[in-house]
Design a protein around this ligand. Sequence first.
Ligand code: PMP
Length: 392
Amino acid sequence: MSSITPPLARRLDGLQSSAIRDLLKLTARGDVISLAGGLPDQQLMPRDRIALAAEAALLDHSKLQYTESAGWGPLREVLSARESARLGRSVPVDEVFVTHGSQQALSLLSEVLLDPGALVVIEDPAYVGALQVFRAAGARIVAVPIDAEGMRIDALTELLDRGERPALVHTVSNFHNPRGVTMSPDRRRGLAELADRYGFWVIEDDPYGELWFDRPSPEPIASHSPNVIRLSSVSKTLAPTLRVGWLVAPNAVCRGVELLKQGADLCGSALTQQIAADLLADTDWLATHVDRLRRVYGERARALVGVLRDRFGDRVVSTDASGGMFVWVDFTDGTDTTELLPRAIEHGVAYVPGSAFAVATAYRNSMRMCFTTSESATLFEAVDRLARAVGE
Ligand code: PMP
């Protein structure tokens, strides 16, 4: 008897792995310089310091045990002190909730804050990981464009004036992935005011804020309104393998997240959370470590932006890369970056075409380049190869 295949849930309809992701699998070839990934440099991750912290943590059996769903107590204490300093107000420990990377915070928050069909405003181009989460939650998604000062608050205001009522606005406020820009202080205040006036949530998704090169990132949006939920993570400053992210939110939101986290995975790892607590509390060591990241990534960013201007002149406009991990490049000569990609890979260089991040605008002439994992000489070679691929 042939077996009847049972169906998968309808929520999977329309979710798909992208053709671009499949193409980028080719970049695992050793001869391709890939600026497509979005990874921090593992050579700069503090392996020895993590080993010391792991050894110290394992002296105590409690790190082998289940821990609280909201996170290992000592880590939440450290985070509450850090977030209090960052936000300029006292953040109580029960408003800090530790998640399995900030990606899990996005996923749990989408369940806590959104009913099916709820309106979610996201930035265009978008952080694809957020787009996936909101689509899976069955949200209605509307995009607001970004310019050099971050999310266009005038476009959001127009939307509200038309009678749209978002449940949630998602923004990557510092060194946007993929767009590279940082939201200006005026727009931060403007967004917070709208959130207060219309009563919607804002998720300020901030994994890159510490990675500034010249001057610190502006005051968080969450400093201006209780309706702003702040997310951050140690993935870009310490190591993604720790899977330590967190959210700062009003108590009622944290308790909702707690209920859902229990269903998702009971709790995170007391071991990696203790390692993160140890490193974050070692403030002198941390300052030196993060300074080094800023210096090395800053050099690479300047090298990439410099060589792009050198080789392409006014045929491209790129972000300045004043922090984070990405440079966003717009071709002004009509070069189609999706069509170019196979040829670029043949020439030994890969990037992510703008279309991979597109929500409402196509971004056919744009690309995202990640500068963190290549030294300057490699970045020069990558752009030389790109210039040859474009020239053909
Ligand atoms: N938000 C943004 C904007 C990101 O770029 C990333 C990682 N690429 C994440 C969240 C998730 O990071 P993690 O889960 O490692 O904290």
